[in-house]
Ligand binder design. Sequence first.
Ligand code: GTP
Ligand code: MG
Length: 197
Amino acid sequence: MKIKSAEFVMSNSNVTNAPKDRIPEYAFIGRSNVGKSSLINMLMERKKLAKTSGTPGKTQLINHFKVNDEWFLVDLPGYGYAKVSKKKRTIFQYFIENYFKEREQLVCAFVLVDSRHDPQKIDLEFMRFLGENSIPFAIIFTKADKLPSSKLNKQLLSYKRKLLQHWESLPVNFLTSSSSKLGRDEVLNFIDQVNKD
Ligand code: GTP
Ligand code: MG
C-alpha cells in the first residue's frame, strides 16, 4: 500500500467523542514504551506524526489519524506502566477498555510486544480480553534491531510456543523495527488486504 496522506484528526479521552466516519479502523496497543507511536511514524514515513519518547507514558489519549482518506489508524496510551499514578492508571484502563468495547469501526487491533521479552502476564491478559470481546487482533513484535538475529529467532520461537499454551492457533504476527523499517510492507499489505475484504 502506498501512503498518499496521513493526517492527525483528533485526540480524545472518551471514545464517544471519536470521529464518526464509518471507515475501517486499526488500533495500536501494548505496554508503555513498546514502540506504538514509533511504529505508526515508521508505517506512515512521517517522523513526528505521533509523539514518541524514551520515557514511558508519553501517549495519554486516543489519537486518530486518517490515512489515504480511507481508514483510521489509532495510537493509544500504553498499559502496565507502574510510574503513572494509580488513579490515572485506572482512568487509562477504563477508557482503553471502553474504546475497544465501543468502537464499532475497529476491524483489527495490533498488540505490540517487545521482541526481546518473554510473554508478559499483562499482554496475555489483554489478548484474552480482546478474544472475549470478539475483537480480531494481530501481534507485532517490535524493536527487532535490538537483538542479533540468532538470539531473536530463538526468542520468537519460544514466545510463539508459549502463546500456543493459551491459544489454539497462533494469531497473525509480524516482526518489525521502527529504525530499520523491517515489517513495514507486511503490516501495510495486511491492512490493505483486510480493507478489501
Ligand atoms: P507510550 O506512548 O509511552 O505508551 O510509548 P510507545 O509504545 O508509543 O513507545 P514510543 O514509540 O514512544 O517508543 C518508546 C522508545 O522506544 C523510544 O525511545 C523509541 O525511540 C524507542 N523505539 C521504538 N521503536 C523502536 C525500534 O524499533 N527500535 C529501536 N531501537 N528503538 C525503538
Ligand atoms: Mg506512544
